[in-house]
Design a protein around this ligand. Structure first.
Ligand code: FES
Length: 218
């Protein structure tokens, strides 16, 4: 059983306000993708009928931690889609070749370049690699700063700009207290945020369909 979760577009690149609701694709192109949510354990129609009133409102299931199924087929290089899982914003970013290449160049500036800290909480085994993801180009991460919980803003454009170093390669800025993260959600050294952004459990159930919240095939 599945239904379509509602999302609403962000009207500007994410600022570092505390997270309240998923904000959708944060890119200049602002493409929107419908999200199909479902609980893998829900059986066929014959089983679901007696409980239809229980299962119908997916809000309750999502709040309880149900996995979220996401079609990413329309996500273009350089774009970011935000979905809500367990009340948290989860970012899905299709990184460009340039953004991927930049990841290898600044390990020395990162607090935990190999994602070795709190691995069971922050980085599943399948994301403990140079790009912190299952597929190199697709990053999936929880958009909540590991300092005090603000949602970092997109700073994908490389180069000198306010509040960022001149050699900025693209990533995220948490304007609450100035923490910076690269395009793999890895935190830079000497910032208030102690850790990299969390990579949630996830898996691909088809080439362009992600399941956020589950990472084991039944
Ligand atoms: S909450 Fe992000 S730097 Fe403080």
């Amino acid at each position: 059983m599945s239904d379509v979760a509602s999302t609403s577009p962000s009207t500007s690149p994410s600022s570092s306000a505390s997270f309240h609701k998923a904000d959708g694709i944060d890119s200049s192109r602002r493409t929107w993708i419908a999200i199909t949510c479902g609980v893998g354990a829900v059986g066929g129609a014959a089983v679901a009928v007696p409980f239809v009133s229980t299962f119908a409102p997916s809000e309750r299931a999502r709040a309880a931690g149900a996995a979220v199924r996401v079609d990413i087929s329309a996500l273009q290089p350089g774009e970011k889609l935000t979905v809500e899982w367990r009340g948290k914003p989860v970012w899905i970013i299709r990184r460009t070749p340039e953004q991927l290449a930049a990841l290898a160049k600044h390990d020395a500036q990162l607090a935990d370049p190999k994602s070795e800290r709190k691995p069971s909480e922050l980085t599943p085994e399948y994301a403990r690699n140079a790009h912190r993801s299952i597929k190199p180009e697709l990053f999936v991460g929880v958009g909540i700063c590991t300092h005090l919980g603000c949602s970092p803003g997109d700073k994908f454009t490389p180069g000198p700009q306010a509040s960022l170093p001149d050699d900025w390669a693209g990533g995220f800025l948490c304007a609450c207290h100035g923490s910076t993260f690269d395009m793999a959600g890895r935190v830079f050294k000497n910032k208030p945020a102690p850790d990299n952004l969390e990579v949630p459990p996830h898996m691909y159930v088809a080439d362009n369909v992600l399941l956020i919240g589950e990472d084991k095939k039944a």
